[in-house]
Design a protein around this ligand. Sequence first.
Ligand SMILES: [Zn+2]
Length: 450
Amino acid sequence: MTANSDPSGDALQISGYRAPWRLGRNTFITATIAATLVWFTRQFVIEGWLVPVRVSGASMAPSLLGEHYQIECVECGFEFVVANSEPPRTGFVRCPNCSSEGNAFAPSTVRRGDRVWIEKWPLLFRSPRRWEAVVVDDPDGAERFVVIRVVGLPGETVQIIDGDVRVNGHTVPRSLGRQRQMAWVVNDDRYRRTLAGHAVSRWRPARPDSRWHIVPHGFEIANPKDQPDRVDWLVYQHVAAVTGSLGKPVENVVLDDIALNQTARRTLHTVSDLALSGHCQTSGVGQLMVRHETGNGVRLWTFDFSSHEVTLRSQAEVLGSAAFPRQPFRFRIGSCDGEAGLWIDDQVVLVHPFAPGEAPGGGTSRPFALGSRALQATMGELCIERDTYVTVDSPRPVEGSWQLGDDEFFLLGDNSPVSHDSRHWSNPVRRRHVRGIARRRASSSVFGNR
Ligand SMILES: [Zn+2]
């Protein structure tokens, strides 16, 4: 195993170490046993325990980071990272949260890549599972390991259509934890731009006489006793990049732009798999609504605080309902992997699979809105994330369909536009090439202000 500093790939760096060694019989026996244990542990149990194993490339971001620079936006305070392999050409970096281009890039300290364990023992008893991050020998024959995610299993047909992976013709839902690992922040409302001394949020009341008002880290609405049936809406309005801090925001759909990849020049794609999360605290017995619009329809989530039942509708049709808790809660609502879903305090409450052809396509610049009827509410820490968009035109064009053999796996990096993986490798990855499961060590850096 050799140290590797190839910035374009997704290699792991492995440092050397010296085993303790002393003269004398007892010491010799002790050292021999210790060395054997270390060898056995590294061979069959876990690697990265004594010898640090670090990610060196950008392919598995955002779940695993290679060498990078950390930047705090001068206008909104959001922290984000730029890959060491992809520093900006212009000397300025655009903030992925507020789109400010006022961040001068001064490459001072390069932060090291995440440390990972390579767990080997589970694969003594089972095969790698879908969506697991694993470590494999480089299929192109380089003297290095590659950390990468399992997407297709032996015998399956894998397709990439509109940024989604389909296996044997169907999307395969991921757990909430996996969705979060692979999600990119679109807008975190805790970090707002400041213009002329005022914090500017992308969430705006829909009408001038709205009862919603902005507070630090959120929005509040009082209980309107005079108009109990009126619904007040607070709308998220997405904007594209602005030119300079005085430039005008341009309303736009959510794209698969990635601040980490500063030098990747490519066509951007509209992303329709989005999720809204936040904290909800209410009093009264009114209703809270979350309107989620995708390219081909609107889904309305209605939380009724008299019955504590939440209902999902598409136009007038009820798609499902479920109970929700009475105490303040954190919620997550979105569409991903062919499903619309609601999670509360990290527990799934209601998931509705899209019918064939109903999956979200296209996009809108106003994907989410919050409505309140006869309710006193505080909505805080509103954050919109997008799913990874799997590309077939970057880093180089591919056909988008693969039939796997009986012992072949299909592997993708999470940072799709720059990752070299099964889309491009000339050799298949077989079971014997998988070294172990990659686990991010807790001491590693945390990506973004989340
Ligand atoms: Zn910013």
